[in-house]
Design a protein around this ligand. Structure first.
Ligand SMILES: [Zn+2]
Length: 339
C-alpha cells in the first residue's frame, strides 16, 4: 500500500475508534513491528539510490502523523493526559517542511547561455532529435566518406521507408531546417540533446547537450562572429578571460576556427585542468560554407553568415570545476543540490 492510501485510510479509520482496545489494534496495524509503516520502511533498500532519502523522509513524516493521531485519540477516549507520551512532546514545534527542488545544472547553464544570446537579438529555436540523414550530414556539406557518418559514430534508426533517419549527432541540422523555412536576416540559437555511440566515461556520454548558433545576412563578417562569441564567453566566464581563435577544419564552415578561452583556473599560467597550456577549448565556429547556402537555396554571393556550436556539459564543467560528465545524469541529490 502506498503512502497516500495509508494517509487516507488512517484519517477515515481513526474516526470510528471509541475504545482503548480497538485503538491498540489500530496502533499495531500501522505502527507494529509488521505494521504498514514497517512495510514501507522495509521497501526502501529495494528502491533506486536517488529516491531513498526523500521517500524515507515521507515515511517518517507519516509515522509521526499517525503517532500523533493515536496519542490524541487516546487522550480523547481515556481523558488521561498525564500518561500520554504527548506530555513530553513540544506540540508547538514547527512541522516538517518540504524541500523545494530547482532546475538541473544543465538546464540552468543552457538558460544562461540562451539568455546572453537573446540579449544580442538571437531567437531561440528547437528541432527534433530524430533527423534525416540529409539534414544531419548532406545538407551541411558533410561528404559521404566523412567518418562521422559511420555507424560507429552515429545512431541510425531502422526505417523501412526512405529517407534514412538517425538520432541527430549535433544540433546543426536545425540550421538547415531554419534556413529552408525562413529568409535572412537570421540570428538563431538552438539548444538541445544530441546522441553519439560513445562509451560512457569521465568525459563522454552517449547523450549530451549542445547549443548551436548562427547568423545569416548581407555583409556578415568574421569580426561579427568574434564579437558575438566574446560577449558570450565574458558573460559566462567573467570579463577577465582572454579568447583566441585557432584555425581548424569543419565541413560546414570555411574558414573554421576552434575557440579557446584563457584557463579560468590558472588565468593562463598553466595547470592540470588546461594541461599546462593556459588555454581551454570551448567551441567550434566559422563562416557558413557557400555549399550549405546552395543546399538551402540562398544566394551565396548575396548572403554570408557565421555559425558556432558548443557542448553545454563542457561549459558547465569548466564553469563549476566538475571533472566527471556522468555526475550530471546520475540524479544524486548530493551533487544536484550544489547548484
Ligand atoms: Zn589552467
Amino acid at each position: 500500500m502506498d503512502i497516500n492510501s495509508i494517509k487516507a485510510q488512517i484519517d477515515s479509520e481513526i474516526g470510528n475508534i471509541n475504545s482503548p482496545e480497538t485503538l491498540e489494534e489500530l496502533r499495531v496495524k500501522y505502527l507494529g513491528r509488521k505494521g504498514l509503516i514497517a512495510q514501507l520502511t522495509g521497501s526502501i533498500p529495494g528502491m533506486p539510490q536517488g529516491e531513498r532519502a526523500a521517500f524515507g523522509q515521507e515515511v517518517n513524516a507519516l509515522k509521526n502523523k499517525i503517532t500523533f493521531l493515536i496519542d490524541e485519540k487516546h487522550m480523547g477516549i481515556t481523558g488521561n493526559t498525564t500518561e500520554s507520551p504527548l506530555s513530553s512532546v513540544d506540540i508547538g514545534l514547527p512541522g516538517i517542511s518540504q524541500e523545494l527542488g530547482h532546475l538541473h545544472p544543465i538546464t540552468q547553464v543552457t538558460n544562461e547561455i540562451c539568455a546572453i544570446f537573446s540579449q544580442m537579438g538571437f531567437a531561440i529555436v528547437e528541432g527534433p532529435e530524430i533527423e534525416t540523414e540529409y539534414n544531419n550530414f548532406t545538407g551541411l556539406n558533410i561528404p559521404l566518406e566523412h567518418p562521422s557518418r559511420d555507424v560507429f559514430d552515429t545512431f541510425y534508426l531502422k526505417s523501412p521507408d526512405s529517407p534514412v533517419q538517425l538520432l541527430r549527432s549535433h544540433t546543426s541540422p536545425v540550421q538547415i531546417r531554419v534556413m529552408k523555412s525562413r529568409k535572412p536576416p537570421l540570428a538563431v540559437v538552438v539548444p538541445g540533446r544530441v546522441y553519439r555511440p560513445d562509451a560512457v566515461n569521465v568525459s563522454h556520454s552517449f547523450m549530451f547537450h549542445q547549443i548551436e548558433g548562427f547568423v545569416v545576412d548581407e555583409n556578415i563578417k568574421f569580426s561579427d562572429l568574434k564579437g558575438a562569441l566574446e560577449v558570450f564567453a565574458k558573460g559566462i566566464f567573467g570579463k577577465k578571460i582572454k579568447m583566441r581563435f585557432r584555425p581548424h577544419f569543419f565541413p560546414f564552415t570555411e574558414p573554421s576556427a576552434e575557440v579557446d578561452i584563457s584557463c579560468i583556473i590558472c588565468q593562463g599560467k598553466g595547470c592540470s585542468v588546461c594541461g599546462q597550456k593556459g588555454w581551454l577549448e570551448i567551441l567550434g565556429s566559422g563562416m557558413i560554407h557557400p555549399n550549405v547556402f546552395k543546399n538551402v537555396g540562398y544566394d551565396s554571393k548575396k548572403y554570408t553568415g557565421f555559425a558556432f556550436g558548443m557542448g553545454v556539459e563542457r561549459i558547465a564543467m569548466l564553469k563549476y570545476g566538475i571533472d566527471d560528465i556522468r555526475l550530471f545524469f546520475e540524479n544524486d541529490l548530493r551533487f544536484l543540490k550544489q547548484f
